[in-house]
Design a protein around this ligand. Structure first.
Ligand code: NDP
Length: 312
């Protein structure tokens, strides 16, 4: 194995590429492994209108291409492979293993592996992805203003997103599979108080319907077995996210759902030289801009670490 690299970044969403831009401009010669889903969650988004600096909006995949080009412009080496293993060495460096079995030694590792939205797993959900089906109300709700929409889920995310949508949309159908919600009491009260949110209890999604775009959703009441079609233009799925952190189990501290734990006000993990950024460590904000912000923080933390150790 060759001498340790200064900085390896795992993941290629806004956090990873922003970390790469900062690390490259600080002469850290970063190497970025893109992972299985290059570009991350923004690759399955259409227009992004809330990322500062794009007054006319930008398509998600285009924004990721721009970030990639910006990272490469300053010399980031980008490798289209997945990291499958990581271990800590006695000398303080880290060894990563790529999907091809190659071992890569690194003084610092920036984790930007993101999170994946959970989906219902219906064929029609895939068919209408970006044609009315979305897993992010804050990102896509605006496109459905003045229309009726449906949202699946009954946790805090679903409640929060239903309330967000209720301010934009004429009516929000909330599809709850049991006869109670998991969301905190205060969020439930808010949802129940919103005049244009109709909660459909014991209700499951059978199929999303439409032509070019979503036009309705067929739902089933699992108590009465009655089916009905709701006329909606948007179908939002808010049944949780899963951080892509399985690889770090046993090495890094994480909460019970797998989000990496960082030291307050920084991106330091419990292991020296390993920094976490983006949605892999953020269950709350989960926005491209916040991911980019923590990617920047991770590169600055890694640079300080390398300087303190006299490596650069
Ligand atoms: P949760 O795991 O809390 O809730 C997921 C919800 O989706 C549950 O109601 C679940 O139903 C439902 N669900 C899961 N699978 C399906 C399915 N196949 N079909 C229909 N419904 C389904 O996820 P959240 O993303 O809401 O929250 C994650 C964590 O983040 C929680 O701890 C939450 O409190 C926190 N959070 C906090 C916020 C805040 O404080 N402002 C905002 C957002 C999240 P069931 O209940 O039947 O299992």
């Amino acid at each position: 194995m060759s001498a340790p690299l200064n900085c390896v970044i795992i993941g290629s969403g806004p956090a990873g590429y922003t970390a790469a831009i900062y690390a490259a401009r600080a002469n850290m010669n970063p190497v970025l492994y893109t992972g299985k889903e290059p570009g991350g969650q923004l690759m399955i988004t259409t227009d992004v209108e809330n990322f500062p600096g794009y007054p006319q909006g930008v398509m998600g995949p285009q924004m990721m291409e721009d970030l990639k080009n910006q990272a490469e412009r300053f010399g980031t080496k980008i490798i289209s492979e997945f990291i499958v293993g990581i271990k800590q060495e006695d000398n303080g460096s880290h060894t990563l293993v790529s999907e091809t079995g190659e071992e890569i030694a690194a003084h610092t590792v920036i984790i930007s592996t993101g999170a994946s939205a959970k989906w219902l797993g219906l064929d029609s959900e895939k068919e209408f992805m970006n044609k009315g089906v979305s897993a992010c109300a804050v990102c896509d709700g605006f496109f459905f203003r003045g229309t009726d929409v449906a949202i699946v889920g009954a946790g805090d995310s679903a409640a929060e997103e239903a309330l967000y949508l209720s301010k934009l949309c004429t009516k929000v159908h909330m599809l709850v599979r049991r006869d109670e919600m998991r969301a905190s009491k205060i969020m439930q009260e808010r949802v129940l108080a919103a005049e244009n949110i109709e909660i459909h209890w014991n209700t499951e999604t059978v199929e999303i319907q439409g032509g070019e775009e979503v036009e309705g959703v067929k739902v089933l009441n699992n108590k009465t077995q009655e089916e009905q079609v709701l006329d909606v233009k948007g179908f939002f799925v808010a049944i949780g996210h899963k951080p892509n952190t399985d690889l770090f189990k046993g090495l890094l501290d994480m909460d019970e759902t797998g989000y990496l734990i960082t030291k307050a006000g920084s991106t330091h993990t419990n292991v020296e030289g390993i920094f976490a950024s983006g949605d892999a460590q953020d269950s709350i904000y989960r926005q491209a801009i916040t991911a980019a912000g923590t990617g920047c923080m991770a590169a600055l933390d890694a640079e300080r670490y390398l300087t303190e150790k006299g490596i650069i």
